[in-house]
Design a protein around this ligand. Structure first.
Ligand code: DMJ
Length: 796
């Protein structure tokens, strides 16, 4: 580890608070490309992101306690004076309650605590008379109107001057908020109550936490992402640990650390077990339905979940923390930063990177817990990437798309509040810091609150890891700690990491197959158990049939009726070098005439459409049953046509065989997951059922549900819908106009004197010289659209 190099890089980064003061103060944020401050109202509106900006020098306040940790005590004192002198909260501006709480209220409290510590030492800040605390209290009162709802869940926004219900407030019409937005108040509000002596803040924050707990899904113990603030109903029921929920879980754990109230720990532990059962699919953390948690709702992860390994460290659950962190590290190696969203195959789903600190945060906690210098190397790579790809002359610029490296004129305040802090702490010796860092907890914005704040007993202020109960679950009731947990086992983390080293395909040829526990639905299906399992893609092999290295134990097992389970995935994880060839379903009969083109995914079996010069044409018929998992009841109608079949209940291959036998000339599978679309989900290839699939010869394509809905609607309205199945690159009307069957003709019509002249655009399907199929379309499929609409007979 070249410490000198790190110091050099860090020093480069550390000039940033100064740059902020030079170019942006007193604005809320620095615009690092324009080298000026971002003042809300003077720059183009960016929507929700701007709700963090309250004309209260956001970045200055958010970075106050960072200056102390960096030992920049003169600068800190100066910045506190500026804050007290210049910042006012009586602004007619609508701000996010959540962001204002974590960044501004948290920033003021963290800075107040630091100012107090420095003052007590008698060396500086002797002029300080709790001004920051008074400001925090004033801000707290300005946020309180947001809690004036029947449920106690706060409104997402508040007008700092007029509150919520006041007609001048320009807010208060919202009916929902995110779980994290309602559940990330307790640390700051409880600290404010303790420090100011007014219990009202903690009471409101606690009530909001109670409501979220009450509203958890009782079967799964998970919460959703968005909740109605008036009646407490869930608005979005997808459940993960990232965007929309993240810091609710964090605050349950940390509320216990700060306040010593075991209720919060019990709740955290209940949620944590549910997360580990359903959401954690090591090394991935996936979103599931809170009511049906064995179903994943999307195939991508968001970068906010990168904080979770840090939280797992606090809980003492190192193994999954190391696994997920390693996975995230591989993603940063591949894309330089964590993209805002990335697929389970580690491809970019949404390429933006607004310099989020969560990965650095987890890296810091893992280093503290393991003492493994590997995490210093990870930190080094974060610093280097920031300097290489985000550093601009006036600061650090968010990355608009990690694939192109383009910058955005944006440097969020959390970059100085969190990213700096965690990176600096990662490379610092405890003894170099002006405070004993172990006496503090970090809020979600990395502001420092002293664990001595609580007056409640028992608490975890000793920061130890001694288990207090439940030997089988060592850490459930121990005091959370980020101290080195396994000091005598330096290879502990490495052993775990090694299995995840080449996850993203860098440095190895094969992709891993994330495996998850299977819960078998035991309802009455009328199928034999083995058949039923097969229909789900699971085959059972008696152990005696297996060539096993340990024959004796295998035969012992088989005598006991033990089978080996094989899970046959029907969606292939495409290796890095192999791209999925996008196909299309192009609607060619009137009134579509080729203009409706639906992106489709291919299959690894059945007819290879890339080898068909003109694709495969046919009219579509819906299979009965729609899933095609039982005998096909409408074989007569299906014969000679392309069948539509819904995904689910049995394997693609089983459906394809059944429909082919029924006479279908092709199959279009339609996703059963509501709302999926090719715009949001990467295409994948369908694969067989683990058995030979040579018998399946018809073409097979897959449509996500949005595209499928378009096709179904077309069929419902027009009864006869002809489609072409072909590779996207061969799409009619796109690449090779000379081969088009569809032609445009423009004609001017002449009318009697005084009548309006009309231009008619005709769409005519004509026979292409190379395509005899097209002949059947000519004449029959002629359509005209004109403006104004004329009697077709009057057209030339
Ligand atoms: C920070 O403002 C906080 O960490 C918050 O909890 C969510 N993430 C942002 C930075 O990414």
């Amino acid at each position: 580890m070249c410490l000198l190099l790190i110091c050099y890089h860090l020093r480069c980064i550390l000039s940033s608070p100064v740059l902020f003061q030079d170019y942006a103060y007193p604005a809320d944020e620095l615009m690092p490309l324009s080298c000026r401050g971002r003042v809300r109202g003077l720059e183009p509106n960016r929507g929700d992101i701007d709700d963090s900006l309250g004309k209260f020098s956001l970045t200055l306040i958010d970075s106050l306690d960072t200056l102390v940790l960096l030992n920049k005590l003169d600068e800190f004192e100066e910045a506190v004076k500026k804050t007290v002198q210049d910042v006012r909260f009586d602004n007619d501006i609508v701000v996010s309650v959540f962001e204002t709480n974590i960044r501004v209220l948290g920033g003021l409290l963290g800075a107040h605590v630091m100012a107090d510590v420095l003052k007590q030492r008698g060396e500086r800040m002797q002029w300080y008379r709790d001004e920051l605390l008074h400001m925090a209290k004033e801000l707290g009162y300005r946020l309180l109107p947001a809690f004036n709802t029947t449920s106690g869940l706060p409104y997402p926004r508040v007008n700092l001057r007029y509150g919520v219900v006041n007609p001048l407030s320009r807010t208060g019409t919202e009916s929902d908020t995110c779980t994290a937005c309602a559940g990330t108040m307790i640390l700051e509000f409880a600290a404010l109550s303790q420090l100011s002596g007014d219990p009202i803040f903690e009471e409101h924050a606690r009530k909001a936490m109670d409501v979220l707990w009450e509203k958890r899904q009782r079967g799964s113990d998970l919460v959703g992402t968005v909740i109605n603030i008036h009646n407490g109903d869930w608005v979005r029921r997808d459940s993960g640990v990232g965007a929309g929920i993240d810091s609710y879980y964090e605050y349950l754990m940390k509320a216990y650390i700060l306040l010593g109230d075991k209720v919060y720990l019990d709740r955290f532990n209940t949620h944590y077990s549910a997360i580990m059962k359903y959401i954690s699919q090591p090394p991935l953390l996936l979103n599931v339905h809170m009511h049906n948690p064995t179903v994943n709702v999307r195939s991508w992860m968001d970068s906010l979940l990168a904080f979770f390994p840090g939280l797992q460290v606090l809980r003492g659950d190192l193994k999954p923390a190391i696994e997920t962190h390693e996975m995230l590290y591989q993603v940063t190696k591949r894309h330089n930063f964590l993209p805002e969203a990335f697929t389970t195959e580690f491809r970019v789903h949404w390429g933006q990177h607004p310099l989020r600190p969560e990965f650095a945060e987890s890296t810091y906690f893992l280093y503290k817990a393991t003492g493994d210098p590997y995490y210093l190397k990870v930190g080094q790579s974060i610093v280097e990437k920031l300097n290489t790809h985000a550093r601009v002359p006036c600061g650090f610029a968010a990355v608009q798309d990690v694939r192109t490296g383009t910058h955005e004129d944006r440097m969020d305040s959390f970059f100085l509040a969190e990213m700096f802090k965690y990176l600096y702490l990662l490379f610092s010796e405890k003894s170099q810091l002006p405070i004993n860092i172990d006496d503090y907890i970090f809020t979600t914005e990395a502001h420092l609150l002293p664990v001595s704040l609580s007056t409640t007993q028992p608490s975890c202020h000793t920061n130890n890891t001694e288990p207090q109960a439940h030997e089988d679950d060592l850490f459930s009731y121990s005091c959370p700690s980020a101290q080195t947990l396994f000091p005598n086992n330096p290879t502990f983390a490495k052993t775990i990491r090694d299995s995840y080293k080449y996850l993203t395909g860098l440095g190895r040829t094969q992709q891993p197959s994330p495996v998850r526990g299977i819960e078998l639905p035991l309802h009455d299906t009328g199928l034999e158990p083995v058949e039923f399992l097969k229909s789900m893609g699971i085959s059972l092999t008696p152990l005696t049939e297996l060539v096993s290295a340990s024959l004796s134990s295998a035969s012992q097992d088989s005598q006991k009726g033990v089978f080996k389970l094989k899970l046959v995935a029907e969606v292939s994880q495409t290796p890095e070098h192999e791209e999925v060839v996008p196909l299309i379903v192009q609607l060619i009969s009137p009134p579509f005439l080729g203009r409706t083109v639906l992106t489709a995914g291919p299959a690894k079996f059945g007819m290879d459409l890339t080898k068909q010069e003109h694709g495969v044409k046919g009219s579509i018929v819906k299979s009965v049953p729609y899933t095609a998992c039982g005998p096909i009841e409408n074989a007569v109608e299906i014969t000679g046509h392309i069948a539509l079949a819904l995904r689910g209940d049995c394997m693609f291959a089983a459906k394809a065989r059944r429909l082919q036998e029924a006479g279908a000339t092709g199959v279009i599978f339609i996703d059963h997951r509501e709302g999926s679309s090719s715009a949001e989900t990467p295409l994948f290839q369908m694969v067989g059922d683990g058995e030979p699939t040579d018998d399946i010869t018809v073409p097979l394509v897959f449509l996500f549900s949005k595209e499928g809905a378009t096709l179904s609607a077309a069929l419902q309205e027009h009864h006869n819908v002809d489609v072409l199945l072909l590779p996207k690159e061969k799409q009619l009307g796109k690449e090779k106009p000379e081969k088009l069957n569809i032609k445009f003709r423009i004609a001017k019509e002449e009318f009697a004197e005084g009548e309006i002249e009309s231009t008619t655009i005709q769409l005519v399907l004509e026979q292409s010289e190379t395509d005899t199929e097209g002949a059947s379309l000519t004449g029959k499929n002629q359509d005209t659209c004109s403006s104004p609409q004329k009697d077709p007979e009057s057209s030339p």
